[in-house]
Design a protein around this ligand. Structure first.
Ligand SMILES: [Zn+2]
Length: 148
């Protein structure tokens, strides 16, 4: 009898234990990341002003304008543990316009505003943030979620 002895990891119930262990540690890692992201969002929210005078872009009028706005906070319906914060105001023609607080990469101002486009190639190149216009042009498209 010359039967090869399988490595201990190949034994089905050992492999099963290893798989369960791996899954548990992945779940823990996932949970930690999720908690961290929620804490970061909450920090951004806490650091934001409840009332601002800032630049807005109206996508209907295709115009930039300045306005005061109050912060609004809503539950993220795609993830009830998260909150979404933004500033909301109306342009001179009564269209609702939004500046994102917690989800800056979704802020249309950075991709559409004429002010921002005029600024491209000037100081925006030095201070550009992942969510700001010009970043993709300068550094290529990135996965926003992985940028700290
Ligand atoms: Zn408008």
């Amino acid at each position: 009898m010359n039967q090869a002895i399988p490595a201990v990891e190949q034994h089905y119930h050992i492999q099963d234990l290893i798989d369960k262990q791996t899954k548990r540690s992945e779940d823990r890692e996932y949970h930690r990341e999720r908690v961290k992201r929620i804490e970061e969002r909450d920090q951004v929210l806490r650091d934001s002003k409840s009332h601002v005078l800032t630049d807005f872009w109206c996508d209907k009028c295709k115009e930039d304008f300045k306005s005061t706005a109050y912060r609004q906070v809503e539950v993220d319906w795609t993830n009830s543990a998260q909150r979404i914060a933004f500033y909301k105001t109306k342009c001179w023609n009564g269209h609702w316009c939004i500046r994102q607080i917690t989800d800056k990469h979704k802020d249309a101002f950075y991709t559409k505003s004429k002010l921002v486009r005029l600024d491209q190639g000037n100081h925006y190149a030095d201070t550009v943030q992942p969510y700001e216009t010009g970043f993709n042009l300068l550094y290529g498209k990135k996965d926003y979620a992985n940028i700290k």
